[in-house]
Each structure stands twice: as C-alpha cells, then as structure tokens.
Design a protein around this ligand. Structure first.
Ligand code: HEC
Ligand code: HEC
Ligand code: HEC
Ligand code: HEC
Ligand code: HEC
Ligand code: HEC
Ligand code: HEC
Length: 346
C-alpha cells in the first residue's frame, strides 16, 4: 500500500514536472511565435486561444519534437507531428471516406486552435466547409430537393447531414442586427459586442438574470420581450454533440422525418451557447421543452413537427407525409404562426 502511494506520488511528481517543463518550453517558443512582427503572420500563434486548448497541455515540443538548436537561424524547419499519431481512430474513420482525397485534417482544423464540438458554434463548423464549398452555391444545389435550403443550411451544420454525427441537440445563439444596417440580416453577436451590452460585463446576465447557470422558460420570455430595446434575438440550430468523420451523402437525410418528427427526446434537450473571450463557446442548459414553446420560449425557431402546438404538429405530419404538400404546408404554417412572427418580420 505504502509503496503504491509512493509510486503514485512519484508518478504525479513526474507528471507535474513534465507538464511544467512542456509549459515552459511552450513559453520559450511563444516568446517569438506570439509576435507576428518577429515570425511573420503565417507562423504566428495567438496564445490567448492556444493556451485554452487541450493541445496546449501537450506543449509545442510534443508535436514539434525536433527543433534545431540554432532555430530559426539554421534554416531547418522543425518537425511536425501528424494528427494520426495521436488520433488513430479518427484518422482511420476519415481514411475510409472518399472525402480524405479532398481535404486533409489541417484543411478543417488549425492544430493550435482545436476545440471540442460543443465549444464550436454551428456557424463556425460550416465555416470550415465554406472555404471549399461556398455556402450560397450549396443552398442553390440543395434547393432541388430541400425546401428553404438557405434556412436549413443556416440552421444545421453540414456535418449533421454528411456524417453520422449524432446526439443532436438544439443550441441557441444570440444574434443581432449589424448596427449600420436597419434591414440587414441578423448575425451571430460576438463576445465584445455582447460584453458592451451586459450591465456588469457578464454576458450570461443578458439572459440568465438570477445567475444560476440555467436558462428557464421565464428567463427566455423576458429576453424575448425585450427584443425591441436590445436588438438581440435567439437563433436555434440543431447541432451534434458527438462528431464522426465518415463524410458521405446519407440517403436518409432526404427523409424529412429524420429531423421533423415529434420523436427523439434528444432534440428537445437544448442549450444556450455563449461566446467567450478566447473564441470558444460555453453552454448553459435550457429548461427542458422550453424551445418548443413557440410563443414565448423561442419565437424565432420552429422545428416543424416537434412543436407543442397541435396545429404545427399537424402541419408537420402533412409535410412529412408527402413532399408535394410542402409548398402548401409551409404557406399554411406561416399563416398559422403569423401572430408569433408579427414582431420579427420587417
Ligand atoms: C528566436 C525566435 C524563435 C523561437 C524562440 C522559436 N522560433 Fe520557431 N520560428 C521562428 C521564425 C522567425 C520562424 C520562421 C522561419 C522561416 O521563415 O523559415 C520560425 C518557424 C517555425 C516553424 C515553421 C517552420 C516551417 O517552415 O514550416 C515551426 C514549426 C516552429 N518555428 C516551431 C518552433 C518551436 C516548437 C519553438 C520552441 C521549441 C520555436 N519555434 C521557437 C522564430 C522562433
Ligand atoms: C497537437 C500538436 C501540435 C502542438 C501542441 C503544436 N503544434 Fe505547431 N503544428 C502542428 C502541426 C501538425 C502543424 C502543421 C500544420 C499544417 O500542415 O498545416 C503545425 C504547424 C506549426 C507552424 C507552421 C505554421 C502553421 O500554422 O502551419 C508553426 C510556426 C508552429 N506549428 C508552431 C508551434 C508552436 C510555437 C507551438 C506551441 C505554442 C505549437 N506549434 C504547438 C502541431 C502542433
Ligand atoms: C501529440 C499528440 C497529438 C497530436 C499529434 C494531435 N493531437 Fe489532437 N488531441 C490530442 C489530445 C491528447 C487531445 C484531447 C483528448 C482527445 O480529444 O482525444 C486532442 C484533442 C483534439 C481535438 C478536440 C479538442 C477538444 O477540446 O476536445 C481536436 C479537434 C484535435 N485534437 C485535432 C487534431 C488535429 C487536426 C491534429 C493534427 C493537425 C492533432 N489533433 C494532432 C493529442 C494530439
Ligand atoms: C472536412 C472537414 C474536416 C476534416 C477533413 C477533419 N475534420 Fe475533424 N472535425 C470537423 C468538424 C466540423 C468537427 C466538429 C467541430 C470541432 O470540434 O472542431 C471536427 C471535430 C474533430 C475532433 C473532436 C471530436 C470530438 O468528438 O471531440 C477531433 C479529435 C478531430 N476532428 C480530429 C480530426 C483529425 C485527426 C482529422 C484528420 C484525420 C480530421 N479531424 C479531419 C471537420 C473535419
Ligand atoms: C479543402 C477543401 C474542402 C473542404 C475544407 C471541405 N471539402 Fe467537401 N469536398 C471537397 C472536394 C474537392 C470535393 C469533391 C468535389 C465536389 O463534390 O465538390 C468534396 C466533396 C464533398 C461532398 C460530396 C461527397 C460525395 O460523396 O459526392 C460532401 C458531402 C462534402 N464534400 C462535404 C463537406 C463538408 C460537410 C465539409 C465541412 C465539414 C467539407 N466538405 C469541407 C473539398 C473540401
Ligand atoms: C438537410 C441535410 C443536408 C444539409 C444540411 C446539407 N446537405 Fe449536402 N446533401 C444532402 C443530400 C441528401 C445530398 C444528395 C443530394 C442528391 O443526391 O441530389 C447532398 C449533396 C451534397 C453535395 C454533392 C452534390 C452537390 O450539391 O455538389 C455536396 C458537395 C454537399 N451536399 C455539401 C454540403 C455542404 C458543404 C453543406 C453545408 C453548407 C451541406 N451539404 C448541407 C443533405 C444535406
Ligand atoms: C437534418 C435535419 C433536417 C432535415 C433532414 C430536414 N429539416 Fe427542415 N428544418 C430543420 C431545421 C433545424 C429547421 C429550422 C427551424 C427553424 O429555425 O425554424 C428546419 C426548417 C424547415 C422549414 C421551415 C419552417 C419555418 O420556420 O418556416 C420547413 C418548411 C422544412 N424544414 C421542411 C423540410 C422538408 C420538407 C424536409 C425534407 C425534404 C426537411 N425539412 C428536412 C431540420 C431539418
């Protein structure tokens, strides 16, 4: 028992020393690499972002194992780890998808800015695709079978339909109209914009009045009733909590009921996702079922077929029953929900 503790102690000590050593080594590297004037823009790393990633805990030398003693004057480029050394599972899965011929890991990920799927906004996920697949062009190609393809692409990460990513939840983001444009489209509100609006500089306070890290229906209602004054709204997206890399065209995503059903409980689980100063997002749980309260919870979000309102559910069922009915169904839906929308459309 005693020797075990000793071992544990040594292990911990070693671990800590190693951690401290790596952190120190990172600091050495960052002395130059945090400054784009020294290393040039292409080689600069933002420590405010890097330091908050799990990769920072590994330290630069874990991935750049050989850095010449004379670096950078020796002109020898340091080694660069390949992702599969540590992410064998993901690499294997991705290699099985034909998309691996189109894009490498680092086309979609910056190794110095990695985040888990729940710390990335849905819009940011789609930004990784838009470098090669322009979003407006995608809305056009998808509209041949998907009504309101632009809305769908705005409210869904591409990976929800093109990978088997699962555990979908509804994530609410704060959006605002750009100050200059009276009629402009709403955009995701950034950290600094929200911070300026929050009374004590705490963004959470914009919705979470009692600061209990939980968003109740009552708090949503208050936030929504104040739209006129704040210019802020909530936008709901369906985002996956578990991400896979088996990129493909999944036939069952043409089946509207994959999403528009009153079914899977997971889709009623929802979060409010708030921008943080390091560019990642932090989630607060939202009262169960609150997003389905079309009147007060999330007046700007309708998941046809999964709403509490029976009228909406009925229309949802009609839409799902036959694609042909979509235009009519949708028109009716907008008619039925016109009162909810009266304030949001201009
Ligand atoms: C004295 C400043 C300085 C320090 C300290 C420094 N670097 Fe660099 N590093 C540079 C400069 C300048 C370049 C660009 C060199 C060039 O243009 O070829 C560079 C380039 C690099 C590159 C890119 C090479 C390429 O061609 O793709 C890597 C990777 C790198 N450094 C890693 C590190 C790591 C890891 C450390 C810490 C162990 C480190 N550097 C410490 C100045 C520094
Ligand atoms: C988890 C692994 C990992 C860690 C930790 C890491 N890097 Fe990198 N780095 C890479 C990989 C992989 C590439 C090559 C990316 C590519 O091919 O585009 C790279 C590229 C670079 C480059 C070339 C420019 C670029 O962005 O492609 C520089 C400079 C660099 N790293 C410096 C650093 C410094 C300094 C640190 C510590 C502060 C660090 N790296 C930590 C994996 C890592
Ligand atoms: C030296 C080992 C190592 C290398 C090389 C490495 N990673 Fe990681 N990476 C980790 C560890 C450890 C974690 C945290 C545990 C996990 O998610 O597997 C991680 C996590 C991640 C995450 C999730 C971040 C989060 O907060 O959940 C992403 C995305 C990621 N890595 C991408 C990459 C990419 C892309 C590359 C290649 C450019 C790469 N990694 C190279 C070790 C590595
Ligand atoms: C076509 C774009 C794309 C490519 C290529 C890609 N990824 Fe990802 N990856 C994503 C997206 C989108 C996410 C979800 C958002 C996030 O976490 O960054 C993700 C998430 C991840 C995560 C976090 C998963 C989790 O559940 O925590 C890891 C780790 C990861 N990728 C590693 C890799 C590695 C390793 C490669 C190369 C073998 C790779 N990715 C190639 C788009 C891509
Ligand atoms: C570095 C460029 C690049 C990035 C980034 C990228 N792709 Fe692709 N992708 C391609 C190319 C090239 C093709 C093949 C030509 C085409 O169909 O447009 C392709 C094809 C596809 C296809 C059709 C596959 C098939 O089986 O026909 C899908 C679906 C796809 N990409 C989804 C995505 C998604 C989702 C993302 C973001 C997570 C993404 N791609 C990011 C380059 C990229
Ligand atoms: C609601 C599910 C859904 C969403 C969201 C979605 N797709 Fe698709 N996508 C599909 C289906 C289904 C097909 C196959 C269509 C067909 O067979 O005609 C397809 C086809 C494609 C293709 C190949 C044909 C083409 O149009 O070039 C690409 C590339 C593609 N999608 C990329 C994307 C990207 C990038 C996004 C995000 C901007 C995205 N998709 C969002 C379901 C979706
Ligand atoms: C991968 C999930 C997914 C699939 C598949 C899907 N949708 Fe949607 N749909 C959504 C989301 C998310 C919204 C946005 C809800 C909102 O913000 O109001 C939406 C919105 C809609 C709307 C607009 C409701 C409104 O607010 O005006 C209609 C109509 C619609 N979908 C019909 C369809 C039809 C028809 C299909 C099959 C061809 C389909 N959807 C497939 C997820 C999906």
């Amino acid at each position: 028992m005693r020797s075990f503790r000793l071992l544990l102690c040594c292990g911990l000590l070693l671990g800590l020393t190693a951690f401290a050593a790596f952190a120190a080594a990172s600091d050495d590297c960052l002395a130059c690499h945090s400054d784009s004037a020294t290393v040039g823009k292409a080689f600069a790393i933002n420590p405010a972002i890097f330091d908050t990633t799990v990769h920072a805990q590994l330290g630069c030398p874990s991935c750049h194992t050989s850095v010449g003693a004379g670096h950078p004057d020796d002109g020898l480029p340091p080694s660069k780890a390949s992702c599969q050394e540590c992410h064998a599972e993901v690499a294997k899965e991705y290699a099985a998808s034909s998309h691996h011929q189109n894009a490498a890991c680092s086309d979609c990920h910056n190794p110095h800015q990695v985040r888990g799927p729940t710390e990335v906004s849905g819009a940011d996920m789609n930004r990784t695709c838009s470098g090669c697949h322009e979003l407006a062009a995608m809305a056009t190609t998808h509209t041949t079978w998907l009504p309101q393809a632009d809305l769908h692409i705005g409210m869904l990460p591409c990976i929800s339909c093109h990978t088997a990513s699962k555990e979908n939840v509804i994530t609410l983001y704060i959006i605002k109209r750009p100050a200059a444009a009276r009629f402009g489209r709403f955009e995701l509100a950034g950290y600094n914009e929200l911070k300026a609006l929050a009374s004590h500089g705490k963004i959470e306070g914009l919705i979470d009045g009692n600061e209990d890290n939980y968003i109740s229906l009552a708090e949503l209602r208050l936030f929504n009733s104040d739209q006129e004054r704040t210019g802020l709204r909530l936008q709901g997206m369906m985002t996956p909590e578990t991400v896979t890399h088996n990129f493909q065209i999944l036939a069952n995503r043409r089946d509207c009921s994959f999403c528009h059903a009153s079914g899977p409980a997971a889709r009623q689980t929802s979060y409010l996702s708030l921008a943080t100063s390091d560019g990642s997002y932090r989630r607060l749980p939202v009262e169960r079922g609150a997003v389905l309260d079309a009147l007060y919870g999330t007046p700007d979000f309708y998941m046809v077929g999964s709403t509490r309102s029976t009228a909406l559910n009925y229309i949802g069922a009609v839409i799902i029953a036959g694609g042909l009915v979509v235009p009519i169904g949708h028109g009716t839906l907008r008619f039925l929900t016109r009162r909810n929308r009266a304030n949001k459309e201009d």
